[in-house]
Every structure is written in C-alpha cells, then in structure tokens.
Design a protein around this ligand. Sequence first.
Ligand code: ATP
Length: 350
Amino acid sequence: MTTHRIAQLPGDGVGKEVVAEARKAVDALGLAIEWTHLPWGSDYYLEHGTMMADDWVETLRAQDAVLMGSCGWPTVPDHVTVWGMTLKIRQTFDLWANVRPARLLPGIPTKLAGRTPADIDMIFVRENTEGEYAGVGGRVHQGHPSEIGIETSVFTRAGIDRVVRYAFGLAQQRKRVLTSATKSNASRFGYVLWDEVVEDVGADFPDVRIDRVLVDALAARMVTNPGSLDVVVASNLFGDILTDIAAAIQGGMGMSASANLAPGSSAPPFFESVHGSAPDIAGKGIANPIATIWSAVLMLEHLGEPAAAARLMAAIEAVCLHGPRTGDVGGTAGTSEVGDAVVARLRASA
Ligand code: ATP
C-alpha cells in the first residue's frame, strides 16, 4: 500500500470545522496516510507576523497533496491573508489549473426552478496564474482628478496551451465536447490568441468537438440550458465568475469543491472548497462540510486512489440524498453530524 503524505491546512473560520470533517472521512477509508497538520492562517499571523511558517515552501513541497480550508479573517486585512497564503502558494508552485466540478447531487436544492441533477453536471477548468489576474499594471497621479489605473491582462501561448490541453483531456474522458469561454469579439488580442490556441490544441484531440462561446452568452446558457454544458475551459477572470454561477446552481458555496493543480510537475496539488472562511457562521458548527469532503474525493483521484475516491463520493451522494443536511441546503443538521453520517456510510459500505 502506498503511503500518501497529506498536509491538512485548515486556515481560518469555518475552514477549521470543515477540514476536520474531511479528514475524518478520509481516515475512515483506511488508506495509508501520513498527515501533517499546518496551523497557518490569520491566527498564526496575529501571533507570528506571517501567514505561514518560514519554511513553508519546503514543508509543502514534501507533500503529495494539501487539503486546505480557507484563509481570511476580519481582523487581518484581505491583502495580507490572500497574498500571504492562497495566492503566494498558487504562484510559487505555479498551480495553473483550477478544476471545479459543478454537479447537482440528488437531494440538494438548486436555485434553478424545474432543474434536476440530470441537467447540471459540468466541470470547469479555470486558468489559474495569468490572464486578467496577472497582477500587471499600475496607478499614477494618485488622488488627483487625472488619476489613472491600468490593469493589463497577460495571455501567453504556453499558459493557454497547458490549461486548454488539460481541459481537452478531461473532455475526451467525458462527453467529448469542450466549451471555451472568451470575449474575442470585443477584446482583440488576448482572447483571440486564446481562441487560436484552442483550435491548435484541438487538432491533437480530433474526437473532441470545440464549442466556442462568448462569456456573456455562456453565463446566460448556464442558467437557461445547463444541460448543454459538460467541460468548460475559461480564463482566470471568466472562470472565477462562471464558477460562482456554477456553485449557485449546484446548491451553493457549501457544495462547491475544487482542485488547484500543476499536472506534470512536482508541485503539491491543493484541494479546497470554493467558499471562504465565512466569519458570519464560523464557530457555530453549522457550516456545510460537503464541499471540502468532495474536494478530498478530487484529492484521492489525483493520488491514484480511484476506488477510495468512488467510495467517498458514493457516501457523499447518499448523505445528500437521505440526509442529514446542513441549513444552507435545506436541512437542520450541524457540521459534524453531516461528517459523522458520511463516515457511517463509509463504514456500512466497507
Ligand atoms: P471570503 O472573503 O474569504 O471568500 P466571505 O465570508 O466573504 O469570505 P464565503 O466565506 O465564501 O465569503 O461565504 C459567503 C457566504 O456563504 C457566507 O456568508 C456564508 O454564510 C455562506 N457559506 C460559505 N461557506 C459555507 C458553508 N460551508 N456552509 C454554509 N454556508 C456557507
């Protein structure tokens, strides 16, 4: 049995509560896992003046995967938490693919009237390191009426190629349609390059149909005809926005899992729920742990444990269908009650 080295990085707020449940579920699978608990985040910052320990790069590099909670807390400025942890990790390890399944599970209410799980089953692949969030730009004449803010998008052929290629690979394993979102009618450079690279890479995947859609039309299509979408690839900004719509229609933030990957590199992949630290409900024991447990499913798939991943996903599906469920998805249960139910389903299926 291969031993997997996994770091547990709960971070802030509800992150601590939901990661504990995900760990409980993964432990119930009986795999050989060497866990490392990393107490980093806003509390760590308030005590040490940094979000992560000084040796964070070596510590994380030694892991096969990182199961992460969320980072951010009202007592620490957002730019400190985000740039001190999430973005720092993503950029240092060049985790260029953000993969988010958006599937409505039976038993979970959706905001889309009349839609069923058969209509909502998509995977988003968001470019994670460049594009509109490249961080290139500046401000001049600050405070004057003539002040200027310039934000430049950076699209590279290599950056687009790798993320699009990954998405084509996923599409090939699913329905063999890849939807690519751009805005290449109004923006004439970066998105036009994106479209060209999609065509070029598509030549290596002749069995996958390319569905090129303008992002505004795609946003509408997600709510009017979600069943027409399967694998969607998008730039950093567009992926950010589209996946929030996706989260909403699959049952909300408490249901939305994600992976941050750099396939083909030795960088440790990160698995986390899409939601933040949710200070409004933190400490109350009512956060939905499913998004994080589902992220652990993605982690197990990535670690080459497909059978364990499938067992855990089946347990999640059973709990979503039969309960208990937390308040955000129509139930009354607490966080650990849901986690316990997932563990009970796993034990029953052992
Ligand atoms: P951040 O800025 O870090 O993203 P935030 O509080 O602005 O934090 P989220 O943490 O994503 O944004 O939460 C948005 C809302 O969704 C919260 O107010 C919370 O009530 C709800 N929410 C988030 N995560 C969960 C969860 N796991 N279970 C239930 N509700 C959640």
